[in-house]
Design a protein around this ligand. Structure first.
Ligand SMILES: Nc1ncnc2c1ncn2[C@@H]1O[C@H](COP(=O)(O)OP(=O)(O)OP(=O)(O)O)[C@@H](O)[C@H]1O
Length: 634
């Protein structure tokens, strides 16, 4: 009967647009249809599928196992069919962006499992029913952009409601107590009054016992003015005193700040680069100490600026500058040899950070080229093996990989030269700057980043079962303009010994991986799944270092969503636009599949890439890649 119901639906509203293969006996393979193990339809996702016309009664009610119904952004008209009440398992109903009319359907109020209901941007009219109180599990209710009238019932109380919007309706009266915790954004474009809105007029809240104005025929406005005048006179004295005291305190504070600043500058001039010794990172401390001993050329962005020579060969290493002059940088493939080792050694360099394999520097060459130099440590392989591994790495060429330009090998120094990515890493973007200047990362940006990273990893895997990344994590996803993701550090996991794998990688590592040099495709998929969870939740799996009990992102997600999908898991920046929630839930499900305990249950990167591509394509203006932000605002 599920199959018959779907065919009836297609005949009624989607004859030309739903391209289902009706020769297939099971509807479970039709696009937008999901089934359970007994082939009962559990989800119907037909967003923006060109469905038009009235939805007849007698169709949806047959889908008794339906949990999710998404018909958003079509042109469906008329009333929502009353037999929806028969779909008692419904959790999620997304009907926004259609032309449904009439009262808010009664049929919804018997759906006691309902968690999400989106009726926004339709033509629903009439009053807001008190029967919403029946929906004791409802967490999301969107009713904005309709034609609802009257006031919201004072006794309205939906106990679990977390997301609510009723903006742009013709509502008036007072906001009920149970909704007062929502922000003004939930009530814009209405004539509602009371907390949290600030524009309630006194007249509405005046108790009937307030005595009439004693100026007889004068209007309320005049009365208000009289009261105001009295208050103003009293306040102005207090205000003046406040301004005077405030100014004096302000003046003293500014004077104190200036004197502190003057002392600091004076102190710095007297003792050169004292700050470099304050860095909490011990390796930086050592490097910076050697920099201070060598030659400090300047100080910018809080990082020491010196030359690569000072940090590597000329910094007292056993290899020394003499060895450097006899060795050469080895460039890859078509990379034009625009600089040589001498240029690199003379380049001014900033420490970018210390990673699993060594320290990364940003090096600005005299000719203007900017590159990243990674100074590898704990690489105990022969020159021949190093050369072979590097050649394999250098042969990888894909737009979602950070290009490796060249390498340098001597007994004491191993350097890797990459293109510098000025937009930094995904890790910095997600977890850095949480303050006022932060640019929120919306769904479109996050899904675009996920897609780029998936394509890069799929490309690596396409070179055979032994070619893996081995260290997928957010600091190894670097960003080019337009948030195009590029994987860095590929192939390095095969060069270092187990001792070099610090605990912080553990949050991404698949449970079966015991030897970091042996990471399978499916182990990469696990790490990629953790990365997706990080993108969706905004939480770093590496938090295990800060928390004694550890923070296993996949386990945490599973504990929350086992019963029913919960929007709590999504990063707050994603929760601002829940119109894409359905897609977010799909990506969440994909991430859960990737982080399955058993490698064989995880999808391949080709499947993962294809699914993310589908999500990006269905997001808003078809698959558009977001604009890169103005660099000055970063
Ligand atoms: N090509 C690059 N362009 C811009 N920033 C980079 C580049 N390569 C690395 N970085 C940044 O420099 C810092 C140190 O990088 P590095 O790769 O050494 O360590 P990591 O990514 O934290 O750990 P791991 O060594 O395990 O990959 C990181 O914040 C990284 O994002």
């Amino acid at each position: 009967s599920d199959r018959a119901a779907l065919l009836a639906l297609r005949a009624a509203v989607g004859g030309r647009t739903l391209l289902w293969n009706v020769n297939q006996q099971s509807p479970c393979f039709w696009s937008g249809v999901e089934c359970d193990s007994s082939s009962m339809v559990t989800a119907l996702h037909l967003p923006a599928d060109g469905l038009t016309g009235d939805l007849p009664t007698g169709i949806l009610g047959n889908l008794t196992q339906l949990r999710t119904l998404s018909l958003r952004f079509n042109t469906l008209t008329g009333q929502v069919p009353s037999d929806l009440a028969l779909c008692t398992n419904l959790r999620n109903v997304y009907l926004q962006g259609n032309k449904f009319s009439g009262q808010i359907p009664e049929s919804l109020f018997s759906l006691s499992y309902l968690v999400r209901l989106n009726l926004a941007s339709n033509i629903f009219s009439g009053e807001v029913p008190l029967a919403f109180n029946n929906l004791t599990r409802l967490r999301t209710l969107y009713l904005e952009n309709n034609q609802l009238t009257g006031s919201i019932p004072t006794d309205l109380n939906i106990p679990k409601l977390q997301q609510f919007n009723i903006s742009n309706n013709q509502l008036n009266g007072t906001i009920p107590k149970s909704l007062q915790a929502f922000t003004t954004a939930s009530f814009l474009g209405t004539s509602l009054c009371g907390k949290p809105l600030q524009f309630c007029t006194e007249a509405i809240n005046l108790p009937p016992s307030v005595p009439p104005p004693d100026n007889g025929g004068q209007s309320n406005g005049n009365n208000g003015t009289n009261i105001d005048n009295g208050t103003k006179k009293k306040l102005s004295g207090v205000a003046i005193a406040g301004i005077v005291i405030g100014s004096v305190i302000g003046f003293i504070l500014i004077a104190l700040l200036l004197s502190l600043l003057w002392r600091r500058i004076h102190h710095k001039r007297g003792s050169k680069s004292v700050d470099t010794y304050k860095h909490p990172n011990t390796e930086l401390l050592a490097v910076e100490k050697s920099l201070a001993e060598a030659e400090i050329c300047g100080y910018s962005n809080g990082y020491s600026v010196t030359t690569i020579a000072a940090t590597t060969m000329a910094g007292g290493g056993k290899g020394g500058a003499a060895e450097a002059s006899t060795k050469k940088l080895v460039f890859f493939g078509n990379s034009s040899k625009v600089f040589d080792l001498e240029d690199l050694l003379r380049a001014s360099a900033e420490v970018l950070g210390r990673g699993t394999f060594g320290t990364a520097y940003k090096a600005a060459l005299e000719m203007g080229t900017v590159v990243t130099v990674k100074r590898l440590r704990d690489v105990n392989v022969s020159a021949k093996e190093f050369k072979e591994k590097m050649e394999a790495v250098g042969a990888m060429d894909h737009e979602n990989l950070v290009p490796v330009r060249a390498y340098y090998y001597s007994n004491d120094e191993k350097l890797l030269i990459h293109d510098y990515m000025p937009m930094g890493s995904l890790s910095a973007l997600l977890h850095g700057n949480k303050g006022a200047g932060r640019t929120p990362l919306n769904w479109q940006t996050r899904s675009t980043i996920a897609l780029g990273a998936a394509r890069g990893l799929e490309y690596l895997h396409s070179h055979g079962p032994t070619v893996t990344h081995g260290n997928i994590k957010s600091s190894n996803i670097l960003l080019a303009q337009s948030y195009e993701a590029k994987l860095s550090d590929f192939g390095l996991a095969h060069l270092v010994g187990p001792s070099s794998m610090p605990n912080r990688v553990a949050g991404y590592r698949a449970p079966e991986v015991t030897e970091p040099k042996r990471v399978s495709h499916k182990a990469d998929v696990y790490s990629f799944g953790v990365l997706l969870l990080e993108l969706l939740t905004g939480k770093a799996p590496t938090q295990s270092l800060l928390n004694e009990e550890g923070f296993d992102l996949p386990r945490w997600i599973q504990s929350i969503v086992r019963e029913e999908w919960s929007s709590e898991v999504f990063d707050l920046e994603l929760q601002r636009d829940l119109t894409m929630e359905e897609d977010m839930v799909k990506l969440l499900q994909l991430a859960i599949d990737c982080t399955s305990q058993y490698p064989d249950s995880r999808p391949s990167m080709t499947e993962v890439r294809a699914q993310i591509e589908e999500l990006v394509r269905s997001a808003g203006p078809k698959g558009q890649v977001p604009e890169s932000p103005d660099s000055s605002s970063r």
